[in-house]
Design a protein around this ligand. Structure first.
Ligand SMILES: [Zn+2]
Length: 218
């Protein structure tokens, strides 16, 4: 049985596989370990970054089952999804650290010393141009990326760095196939940053001045 069919059968023993056309495509167009699914009527095409090809079938099944749950809007837990989650959570260990911007490195060190007892392992650190996305942490490449608009305000840079480091340190929480990044506990930890309220205000005014578009940060 094909990997994608096995994923489907194990997840939905009550659904008939015959009714669906399932496909996997490994592609170069994604960043490492990204994936998505295209769904039209009864056909599901899973697009996976080429990196996935070398990863064990059990873990790929978990990735695909997670995507299936999103498409079918269902909640379920499987051993394969657990395997996939722990794979993603431990991926950072094997990822080479090649991007190390000095300004971001200093911000990372300041925040690490002050709030994490210096215990967070350094990820890749890069800048990006987007204003909509102030900061992000990507598990697949172990990279914290910060918007260049933050470069002029060291405190704010550190605040967003802190947010992304919380993601790196605490990872995500998965329940019944749903992944939660900004839990109540996460928001509580976020508020431990000095003057976090003022930082939130500064973010609002920065975004008002720089862009009218709605912004998001991950
Ligand atoms: Zn976030």
């Amino acid at each position: 049985m094909k990997l994608v069919e096995q994923a489907f059968n194990d997840l939905f023993p009550e659904k008939d596989l015959e009714n669906y056309n399932l496909k996997i495509k490994y592609t170069d167009k994604f960043k490492p370990y990204n994936a998505n699914v295209r769904y039209t009527k009864n056909s599901l095409q899973f697009n996976l970054s080429k990196k996935w090809r070398k990863i064990s079938k059990e873990i790929q099944v978990g990735l695909i089952q997670g995507l299936m749950l999103r498409i079918f809007k269902e909640k379920k837990a499987t051993t394969n999804i657990d395997l996939y989650n722990s794979f993603m959570k431990n991926l950072h260990i094997s990822i080479p650290k090649i991007n190390n911007d000095p300004v971001l490195g200093e911000s990372f060190n300041r925040v690490n010393e002050k709030y994490f007892f210096g215990l967070v392992e350094r990820p890749n650190l890069t800048w990006h141009d987007s204003i909509r996305r102030l900061g992000s942490y990507e598990y697949g490449t172990d990279t914290i990326s910060m918007s260049k608009v933050l470069g002029a305000d060291t405190n704010l840079l550190d605040y967003v760095m802190y947010h992304e480091m919380l993601h790196k340190k605490h990872k995500f929480h998965c329940k019944n196939g749903r992944t939660h990044h900004h839990t109540k506990e996460f928001r509580e930890m976020e508020r431990k940053f000095d003057d976090s309220q003022e930082m939130e205000e500064r973010i609002k005014s920065l975004v008002r001045h720089k862009a009218r578009k709605r912004f998001v940060w991950f």
